[in-house]
Design a protein around this ligand. Structure first.
Ligand SMILES: [Zn+2]
Length: 239
């Protein structure tokens, strides 16, 4: 295998790694999960509110029941005619009136708590439905993401094996130089010389540069004057 073939495989590997790192469904999933955490926070707050309001409603019900029981008892005494003293009876009737007002106030509280509880419950249901919808979407995105990742990883393994087998036949010092250049020059360490042009930096070589290159032994490593990359001579170099 030639150095240019290794370069081509390395470029393919770079593209595959980039694809793996930028699967659109992974980005969409991350975005979705950020949104989910806001909805989840809101749902958690609402669950606390519903629990608090449920307790508050129980207390409000108990308050009403307690005052009603007292009114029943007092009314019972009045109805039975067991209060013979007119002043005591007058006081009792006054108390019954104030108990009635108290009941009416407590019932207002009860209704208010019930309304707030119903609102919180409806909001909570709404948020929980939204969470369930997000979770279904997330599941679908994750399935697609995993499928794509698996496909890319399969390609990566295949190309990597091909590349390793190919590079093993090339001299170590050439490969070391190539790797160093690849690291510092955007992934391209070796470029073809085609139609008198360096395909690494697109510089067109002049006649005297070409003559110098043409005079060198085929196994000597030629570097581009402009970009420093390894310049690989081909049948179409124009030498
Ligand atoms: Zn160049």
């Amino acid at each position: 295998m030639k150095l240019l073939d290794v370069q081509e495989l390395d470029s393919r590997l770079d593209r595959l790694r980039h694809q793996l790192a930028t699967i659109p469904e992974a980005t969409a999933l991350a975005e979705l999960m950020r949104g989910r955490s806001d909805v989840d926070d809101a749902a958690r707050d609402l669950r606390v509110a519903v629990a608090d309001l449920t307790e508050e409603q129980k207390r409000a019900d108990a308050d009403v029941e307690q005052v009603k029981a007292r009114r029943e008892r007092d009314q019972g005494m009045v109805d039975a005619g067991s209060i013979s003293d007119p002043k005591a009876l007058q006081r009792m009737l006054g108390e019954l009136e104030s108990l009635q007002r108290r009941i009416s106030d407590l019932e207002d509280v009860e209704i208010d708590v019930m309304e707030r509880l119903e609102t919180a419950q409806a909001e909570l249901e709404h948020r929980e439905a939204a969470l369930a919808k997000i979770d279904r979407e997330a599941e679908a995105l994750e399935r697609t993401r995993a499928d794509r990742a698996r496909e890319i990883e399969t390609d990566l393994e295949k190309v990597l094996a091909e590349r390793q087998a190919g590079a093993s036949g090339l001299p170590d010092d050439l490969m070391a130089l190539y790797e160093k250049l690849r690291a510092s020059k955007g992934g391209t360490g070796a470029a073809a010389l085609r139609r008198r042009e360096c395909e690494g930096c697109r510089l067109t070589l002049n006649a005297s540069d070409l003559a110098v290159i043409a005079a060198k032994p085929v196994d000597e490593v030629v570097r581009c004057e402009e970009c420093d990359r390894i310049l690989v001579r081909t049948s179409e170099s124009g030498l």
